[in-house]
Design a protein around this ligand. Structure first.
Ligand code: UDP
Length: 482
């Protein structure tokens, strides 16, 4: 009889993290029917749009994967953490007893219905405190890293940098040498959470970076051909746990998370895109947390207008605290006067879009993006070049890597790599116009490189491709067959 093995996943409650974790789960069970997976679902309180996405992921019936919802806890009070990273990490840490209890019930009591061997706990990069649970239960833990090999290298290197560099990283006069990067990394490309030593965000990055090395393996949503120098650094350095680049892991089907998404897309967005010439439209979309103040919205609008290009703009309004931006009821209120009328023939302004379905449309020719890693992989998958406009989290490092640190030459068009927003940090209409014109130029070199990378992103998943092979090695390790 073939030996069955189970894995328990603990994804972080954020769209860009949980969606790719479920894709990893699907890929594993599809590749080897000896594997089955339990996903322990944690949700953020009072976050209806995120939670409806999480519910829709769990609602689809997936052979070999089951979802268990953990009790809803409150977010930690603001005096416990001053950074998003801190709030998320403490929130997840509070789930340790619930995760332990769920796993014990499922696998380790006489009433447990799961008879297969528990091969390990697969945890998100913000869930490293779950390594304690794995240790208490005597099972290995694997990290599922949802961002770049570049960020992974930075986080693994952070404990060393911490001992070597005594100024705040933001004020460093020298650039940072991060293993696996071709070029040294300027301070502005680091996540702003680690700019100031000792602050809350820094402490949590350091904490997680330290703990990564305690895992038995690190699974990364990237592919060797996209970050070659970083992946070869990991395979040769002998210090880190084995790194498995198994991407791109993308949710290509399931982006219509609600009936409203589906209806909006079919009746408005798709209908409009169907009327546009091939590769003529620039998409502007800034991730699950991206939004701008009114002065910046006006500059973008003017830049788009002056560029003369067709556009589809996912415009969302800033929200308070920890919740995602929401759609405007009336975007006219924040756009320059007459903008919607003047651009009616060639532009569409909307709210949340099913981004994958939009990028897949033949009318889309370019993408102004915040450089979230999922968005970056999705644009490569569909061969759509990006103008890089990083906003938050690790996006500045992603943009730096794709614009300045690729062996093949830039994979994104540069707009502003050091934008942090706030105060008078505005990207002007002129900058937007220039970047959009460059992007949509048919001779744009970035476009040609992205088309090459698009082919690679598909080949790597096929039998014999680098990610296919890497997934095979991971499964061998999980099943203890090495
Ligand atoms: N997304 C979407 N519609 C939107 C904004 C985002 O479908 O209007 C999806 C996008 O396709 C991607 C994910 O949300 O899969 C965002 O992940 P990413 O890593 O790019 O950025 P994050 O939201 O984590 O900053």
């Amino acid at each position: 009889m073939t030996k069955k093995s189970s894995l328990v996943f603990v994804p972080a409650p954020a769209v860009g993290h949980i969606v790719s974790a479920i894709e990893l789960a699907k890929l594993l069970v599809a590749r080897d029917d000896r594997l089955s997976i339990t996903v322990l679902v944690i949700k953020i309180p009072n976050s209806p749009s995120l939670n409806s996405i999480i519910d829709s992921l769990g609602a689809a019936s997936l052979t070999g994967i089951r979802f268990i919802h953990l009790p809803q806890l409150e977010l930690p009070s603001p005096d416990m953490a001053q950074s998003v990273e801190g709030i998320v990490s403490i929130f997840i840490d509070n789930y340790k007893p619930f995760v332990k209890d769920a796993i014990t019930q499922l696998f380790f009591t006489s009433q447990s219905q799961t008879r297969s061997r528990l091969a390990g706990l697969v945890i998100d990069l913000f869930c490293t405190s779950m390594i304690d649970v794995a240790n208490e239960l005597g099972i290995p833990s694997y990290l599922f890293f949802t961002s770049t090999a570049g960020l992974l290298s930075l986080m693994l290197h952070l404990p060393f940098l911490d001992t070597q560099i005594h100024t705040n990283f933001k004020d460093s006069e020298t650039e940072f040498v991060i293993p696996g990067f071709i070029n040294s990394v300027p301070p502005h490309a680091l996540p702003s959470a680690i700019w100031s030593k000792g602050q809350d965000g820094y402490t949590w990055y350091l904490y997680h970076g330290r703990r990564f090395s305690e895992t038995k393996g690190i699974i990364v949503n990237t592919f060797a051909e996209l970050e070659p120098q970083l992946i070869s650094f990991f395979s040769s350095n002998g210090r880190t746990p084995p790194v498995y680049p198994v991407g791109p892991l993308l949710d290509l089907q399931g982006q219509m998370h609600s009936q409203l998404d589906q209806t909006n897309f079919e009746s408005i967005i798709k209908r409009w895109l169907d009327d546009q010439p091939p590769s003529s439209v620039v998409l502007l979309c800034f991730g699950s947390f991206g939004s701008f103040g009114v002065p910046q919205v006006k500059e973008i609008a003017l830049g788009l207008e002056r560029s003369g290009h067709r556009f589809l703009w996912s415009l969302r309004q800033p929200s308070q605290g920890f919740t995602n931006p929401t759609d405007y009821t009336n975007p006219k209120e924040v756009l320059p006067e007459g903008f919607l009328d003047r651009t009616a023939e060639r532009g569409l302004v909307c709210g949340w879009i099913p981004q994958v379905a939009v990028l897949a449309h033949r009318a889309i020719g370019g993408f102004v993006s915040h450089c979230g890693w999922n968005s970056t992989l999705e644009s490569i998958w569909f061969g759509v070049p990006i103008v890089a406009w990083p906003l938050y989290a690790e996006q500045h490092l992603n943009a730096f890597e794709m614009v300045r640190d690729s062996e093949l030459g830039g994979l994104m068009v540069e707009l502003r790599l050091d934008y942090r927003g706030g105060g008078d940090d505005l990207v002007t209409a002129q900058e937007v116009e220039r970047a959009v014109r460059l992007l949509m130029d048919s001779n744009c070199e970035v476009r040609m490189r992205v088309k090459e990378m698009q082919k690679m992103s598909r080949t790597v998943l096929m039998d014999g491709g680098s990610s296919f092979t890497s997934l095979g090695c991971l499964i061998k390790d999980l099943l203890d067959e090495s």
